[in-house]
Design a protein around this ligand. Structure first.
Ligand SMILES: Nc1nc2c(c(=O)[nH]1)N[C@H]1C(S)=C(S)[C@@H](COP(=O)(O)OP(=O)(O)OC[C@H]3O[C@@H](n4cnc5c(=O)[nH]c(N)nc54)[C@H](O)[C@@H]3O)O[C@H]1N2
Ligand SMILES: Nc1nc2c(c(=O)[nH]1)N[C@H]1C(S)=C(S)[C@@H](COP(=O)(O)OP(=O)(O)OC[C@H]3O[C@@H](n4cnc5c(=O)[nH]c(N)nc54)[C@H](O)[C@@H]3O)O[C@H]1N2
Ligand code: SF4
Ligand SMILES: [Mo]
Length: 891
């Protein structure tokens, strides 16, 4: 079934789990979404973000026409301009003066042609990708150990394992469907779960053991494990002797630290460390899943190898229920690696540094030249933009003004670049604002191609709606520029299918089993075959048996002698350290319902209702010391920048560490681009930035007023508000505001904010308490609420979800007082903050299910109020609430 009953089979554009999605547009322009029961990643499940895809497809913020300098132009004119500027820059300053910065969110076909143009035809390796910020350390670690960037295992391994160790992975929020698969397996077979993360995250709901490790200390912990396994007789001698080399040196260096020293570096109790080591030693079927707590570190590659060392030592790799498992972030992080999107790779898992590989690729492409040395990695690439070495830059499907470290410097660098092209689907982002030429890209649902998920499974993204305006797919944009640069023959593709079969053929060229990535079995699929392509895991060569879905159980590594390498990983502390001026460690990451810079998830009121403001999570003791009150505001400052965030006090934080989400941009708030604070220290091998460890100072922000506002239209933030955060309501917008200087006249402030026109059909309601500083204002048009403002001198406790639901409703006279009070009456339940985004169940409703109806499990709460019964993403939060009520009842 490709398109059955109007349903199209496609794949989710968010995380690397790569869930199959069924999509069906209706006549009214809405798109129905459900999980694909036949897709082997999710078997019908979707998380809150996937399930809300239909709510993010409106066109109101879409980039729909090409433009130059803000003026709409034809595609011809825009493409001519891009080609001319690139050509003249290359002619004057050599190929290395131009660069492409792409993304794990474009499709393999887009990625393939981008890489072919740069490395084979323009002749520079200055093409890097946001995967540098995401997967580079895993890639480098795989290559050091295996000789290739191979993920050995499959998702099923998480279900077959007896022990799953999650290192620096908040699986419950970041790979929710894979997490649900693990939850189900654990229920069925009692899988033990260990979570290694400085914070107690939602994932800890299923942890038998949580090790709140000191940030950056993972190498010490895993070196200690290697030494322990060796001394406890857990070595798989046969595997080590037949398939590996380098154990002696690795063991010697891992024994550098005593258990006491390891415990002290890790900030953990000896007994907890030993419990973990014993569990690992005793459990043959162990899978170690790792993600950004590992990769995004100045010792990221060493962390990866320290983990892999333990799996090689025990021979637990490539067999059912065993292996190291790097889960990928973006939907096509894997595809990008496969086609060679990183500045230090070639194509089809071939190496830039390998002359034979360069020959194979150049000959296959019929390319006039081939890049000979690695290009600039993301952080260096933007340094080269800043210093003027790179003079023409094309950014595609990523938002570096928000996501790169030292983001203010990156913004300045892009501003100073003589020629900047941005291809995006969204009109207003912090990066599109800096483009000389803007190219409107086809979005999810409008484009065709393939992506590869974390378990090497290739799935088709299929179009199911017409492309709006003049939006065009990314591959087409690249090919049109390539043609204008004189490479018409090599880029004469008519469709993604033609690109795909060329790429599949390249994976087989000169391969003979010498490279892991082999898709040659797909090199002659027809257009129809491509249209119908079922999700398929590689290797998929002509000769690959279907059982080849795991790697390395019997060795066969891709090093010169086919042996895996143990890598020495002496412990190094993070690149920067705390000081009297910057005494806290800033950790950054994701929240459940937002995707990166929010260009898509930020459009859904449902997804925004879970956490609707940028925040800083901090331990109660640290909050106390700093004088931070709950829900107040704080200023966070590093050597590089500042942010203004809402204070969220939580014992889940480690003392001395604070956590802020990465999602908020200048499009949604005043000052919360968190990467403005992050130092651009990178891992020496992978070049990946240390996004999880920046020393900061935190201070209370002494606001003299706080406000909450609702407005049907996008309001103008009046001068005087030092802080604001915007979020969509079901209709209209909601705003949090705060300031130091109290506006002279709140009525004027409200009028400006809410756009009061003083027409006859308009009515205003006002309440003012001079003593307490409270001010309440509502604007009605023809009896319906079109705007409201609540002001106080302390953080406000109005019922936001209830008030937001009143927007656009007619408010009869009896309800006006309640409205100004910002609370429903006793007869109307107040949901509180939304916890379950699918069924919009609030914290207060869940609390009632627990306290009044005696629900003792997440299942019971689900049966009572439906929360958590659809995608399950909020189940860990519900379990946390149950746990909290137990503790408070006991004390
Ligand atoms: N909801 C949602 N899901 C997403 C995304 C999203 O934007 N939103 N993005 C996708 C992408 S691109 C990616 S890369 C993945 C990322 O997925 P994850 O890596 O799971 O997510 P993060 O929140 O970045 O970080 C994971 C954890 O690392 C911990 N950590 C920090 N420092 C250390 C350390 O030194 N050691 C250890 N062991 N842990 C540490 C953090 O406390 C955090 O809980 O998520 C994907 N899924
Ligand atoms: N401090 C800190 N910084 C981080 C991280 C962290 O944990 N901490 N994580 C890092 C990681 S792992 C990642 S992956 C990055 C993510 O950071 P980014 O890649 O910068 O974030 P996105 O919001 O995903 O940007 C994607 C852009 O592409 C656009 N887009 C969507 N679909 C298409 C398409 O089909 N074609 C085109 N041309 N455009 C499209 C979107 O509108 C959006 O503007 O952030 C990194 N930065
Ligand atoms: S887990 Fe959620 S975000 Fe990830 S692919 Fe599946 S539905 Fe999409
Ligand atoms: Mo990522």
């Amino acid at each position: 079934m490709m398109s059955d009953g109007g349903w199209t089979r496609t794949v989710c554009p968010y995380c690397g789990v790569g869930c199959g999605v069924l999509a069906r547009p209706d006549a009214g322009g809405h798109v129905e979404i459900k999980g694909d029961p036949d897709h082997p990643a999710n078997f019908g499940r979707l998380c809150s973000k996937g399930a809300a895809l239909g709510e993010t497809m409106s066109l109101d913020d879409r980039l729909l026409t090409p433009s130059i300098g803000g003026q709409s132009v034809s595609w011809e004119t825009a493409l001519d301009k891009v080609a001319m500027s690139f050509r003249s820059t290359i002619e004057r300053h050599a190929p290395d003066s131009v660069a492409l910065y792409v993304s794990g969110q474009i499709l393999s076909e887009d990625y393939y042609v981008a890489n072919k143009l740069m490395k084979g035809f323009i002749g520079t390796a200055n093409i890097d990708t946001n995967s540098r910020l995401c997967m580079a350390s895993s890639v480098a670690g795989h290559k050091r150990a295996f000789g290739s960037d191979t993920v050995p295992g499959t998702y099923q391994d998480l279900e077959l394992a007896d022990l799953v160790i999650l290192v620096g992975s908040n699986l419950a929020w970041c790979h929710p469907v894979l997490y649900q698969r693990l939850v189900a397996a654990r229920k069925a077979r009692g899988t033990k779960v260990v979570v290694i993360d400085p914070r107690a995250t939602a994932t800890c709901e299923i942890a038998d053991l949580h090790l709140p490790i000191a940030p950056g200390a993972d190498v010490a912990l895993f070196n200690g494990l290697l030494a322990y396994l060796a001394s406890a007789g857990a070595v798989n001698q046969d595997y080590v002797e037949r398939f590996t080399s380098g154990l002696g040196a690795a063991l010697k260096s891992s024994a550098d630290l005593s258990l006491e020293e390891t415990a002290s570096i890790c900030g953990l109790r000896r007994a907890d460390i030993l419990a973990f080591y014993e569990l690992f030693a005793a459990t043959e079927k162990s899978v170690t899943v790792y993600s950004q707590g590992v990769n995004q570190s100045s010792a990221g590659t060493d962390k990866v190898n320290a983990i892999i060392n333990c799996h090689l030592l025990t021979g637990r790799i490539g067999r059912p229920g065993m292996g190291p498992f790097s889960v990928t972030g973006q939907p096509n992080a894997m595809g990008g690696r496969e086609v060679g999107g990183l500045a230090n790779m070639l194509a089809a898992h071939m190496e830039l540094g390998n002359a034979e590989h360069r020959r194979i690729v150049q000959e296959f492409w019929g390319a006039p030249r081939i890049a000979k040395a690695a290009g600039l990695k993301a952080v260096d690439l933007f340094d080269a933009v800043a210093s003027g070495r790179i003079k023409a830059l094309w950014i595609m499907a990523t938002n570096p003004v928000d996501s790169l470290p030292e983001a203010d410097r990156v913004r300045k660098a892009i501003q100073s670049c003589p020629f900047v092209v941005v291809s995006d689907v969204t009109r207003d982002t912090d990066t599109t604002a800096l483009a000389d030429v803007l190219l409107p890209a086809a979005a999810w649902g409008e484009k065709d191609g393939t992506v590869t998920n974390s378990e090497r499974r290739i799935s088709r993204q299929r179009a199911f709606i017409e492309r709006p305006g003049e939006a065009k797919p990314d591959w087409w944009q690249i090919c049109e520029v390539a043609k204008r640069l004189g490479y018409a023959d090599a880029f004469a593709y008519e469709s993604p299918h033609e690109i795909f079969i060329e790429y599949a053929a390249l994976t087989g060229a000169g391969n003979d089993g010498s490279r892991d990535l082999d898709l040659s079995g797909l090199a002659d699929i027809t257009g129809e075959g491509y249209r119908k392509l079922e999700p398929i895991q590689w290797p998929a060569g002509h000769d690959s048996a279907p059982t080849d879905s795991r790697f390395f159980a019997e060795g066969g590594f891709y090093t010169s002698d086919r042996r895996a390498r143990f890598v020495e990983t002496p412990f190094r502390a993070p690149a920067s350290s705390v000081s009297a001026t910057y005494p806290l460690i800033l950790n950054t990451g994701r929240i459940r319902d937002q995707w990166h810079t929010m260009t898509r998830t930020g459009k859904s009121a449902r997804l925004m209702s879970h956490m609707s403001e940028p925040f800083l999570e901090i331990h109660p003791d640290d909050a106390n010391t700093l004088g931070l009150a709950p829900a107040s505001l704080c200023e966070v400052e590093s050597r590089h920048g500042k942010a203004l965030l809402r204070v969220s006090i939580s014992p889940d934080q480690r003392r001395g560490s604070v956590f802020a989400p990465i999602h908020w941009t200048d499009q949604y708030t005043g000052q919360a681009r968190i990467d403005a604070l992050i130092a651009s220290n990178t891992d020496p091998v992978s070049g990946q930035p240390e996004s999880k460890f920046t020393p900061v100072a935190v201070r209370p922000f002494r606001a003299s007023w706080y406000a909450f506002a609702l407005c049907l239209h996008s309001p103008v933030v009046p001068p005087g508000a030092s802080y604001y955060a915007k979020a969509p309501a079901k209709i209209g917008q909601r705003f949090e505001l705060a300031g130091i200087e109290t506006p002279a006249d709140w009525d004027d402030f409200a009028s400006m904010l809410l756009g009061v026109t003083r027409q006859r059909a308009e009515e205003t309601l006002t309440y003012r308490d001079v003593r307490s500083g409270a001010f309440r204002f509502a604007l009605l048009r023809e009896g319906r609420l079109v705007g409201a403002l609540f002001v106080g001198t302390a953080p406000l406790s109005v019922s936001r979800s209830w008030v937001a639901d009143q927007l656009g409703q007619s408010i009869d006279s009896g309800d006006r007082l309640r409205l100004l009070a910002g609370r429903p009456g006793a007869d109307v339940p107040d949901k509180g903050r939304i916890v379950c985004a699918c069924y919009e169940v609030g914290a207060k409703e869940i609390a009632e299910a627990i306290l009044k109806h005696g629900c003792e499990t997440a299942d019971a709460v689900g049966a009572c109020v439906k929360a958590g019964t659809n995608c399950g993403s909020c189940r860990s939060e519900i379990a946390g609430m149950i746990e909290l009520s137990r503790i408070s009842q006991a004390s």
